[in-house]
Design a binder for this molecule. Sequence first.
Ligand SMILES: NC(=O)c1ccc[n+]([C@@H]2O[C@H](COP(=O)([O-])OP(=O)(O)OC[C@H]3O[C@@H](n4cnc5c(N)ncnc54)[C@H](OP(=O)(O)O)[C@@H]3O)[C@@H](O)[C@H]2O)c1
Length: 423
Amino acid sequence: MSELEHENENPIPIPIPHRATSILVIGAGELGTAILAALTSHPQYDPSRTKVALALRPTTLGNPTPEKRAQQDRFRSQAIDLVAADLEAWSEDELVTMLRAGGYTTVLHAGGFGAASGTMTKLTRAVLRAAASASAHNSETEMASAKGNEHRNEGENGNGNVEFYVPWQFGADYDTITRAGGQGMFSEQLDVRDLLRSQGKVDWVIVSCGIFMSFLFEEFWGVVQRRREGVSHRKADVAVEPQQGDQPAKEQVLILSPGETAQTAQTDTEGGGAGAGAGAGARKNSDSTQPSIQITALNSWDDWITTTTATDIAKCTASILYSPDPHPHTPINQPVYIAGDTLTYGEFADTIARATGRSVTRRVWPLEYLREESREDPEDQLKRYRVVFAEGRGVSWPKEETWSAEAGIEMETVEEWARKNLT
Ligand SMILES: NC(=O)c1ccc[n+]([C@@H]2O[C@H](COP(=O)([O-])OP(=O)(O)OC[C@H]3O[C@@H](n4cnc5c(N)ncnc54)[C@H](OP(=O)(O)O)[C@@H]3O)[C@@H](O)[C@H]2O)c1
């Protein structure tokens, strides 16, 4: 039985906040898909009270690949309305028209990774323009009636409807990184925050989740790399040896056997790079037929990371949208911090060794090395991101102090993820 229902013949649904009556999700990538699932499987979800729509690019809607067509059919079967919008190609006016026509009370941007510069501020300005006037908005913040969907479609007569916005800020704490930090790559996120903080028409929340767990485990990110043949090294690994001036920087390479921890393991600090050090160590300590895992710390073993799965980011976001308002646990007009796990790279490596039972080799990419790598290839976003994470500001927060912990939301840990995906 749904949490909405009482155990009698005439169930009285729990009221939902007005913002949850018509939700537009933009983008159906890893996060957007998870958010749609979280919104439509939430105990408060009732399609007669909450309309959920998904905006996709007109080309994706009109000419989908077989895979995307199947995905779109699945969304339609879940009563998710599909609408066309191109955040990059469309003007701000066109976005305002689309938002007003839909009469959306909440806009949630779930597809900004790699968006062209200016896209996030353009969408934010369009959202603010599609908002109801401040006086209309104040009356709209009352809870929607429990009797049904009383959502007003003011957009059709031009007054605007949007009252709540979740911008594409899923990630680090950009206030702490500042415009100067991260080589300026997050200044647009700060522009969006300035726009939101300087107005009173649209409520908003920013969900700070740290690094996506899937991203943290991607081979291309470099922190977790599976080794099929012992710890043999490809050329690419040798090419990323740290350099400090003319001297190769020393890397720490620890070889962990199952059950061993960073504190008890052998340390090999010979210069000569990850390939030489890790390879030699692994031959001494592990069976070369066993796939091993290489963990690379960005800056040091004592640096901290916060990481969250897309499913949990989505679960927290849906929970905020459906939460009663006002409520001590409903964060409005502020960044909210959530965490699946917060741990040091040393703890991370120990956790992977424990969860997988495999030998884990360890190396460090020092900050200076990563800065140099990025300076040599300034267009490479990934290398710039690594510098941000190695600088260590605004990329972690204690898990026990997060909103998700205070709200008692169960979050998937690194150990759980590794057991599911690495063993
Ligand atoms: N903190 C972090 O670690 C962090 C933060 C953010 C993202 N990431 C990583 O980035 C990856 C990608 O994120 P994601 O998969 O959630 O989303 P994404 O790749 O950023 O977005 C994909 C969705 O956005 C849509 N889209 C793209 N351009 C559009 C446009 N101009 N107008 C309208 N819609 C547009 C795409 O539509 P089409 O179907 O038309 O292509 C698709 O549905 C994640 O898997 C995660 O690993 C990490």
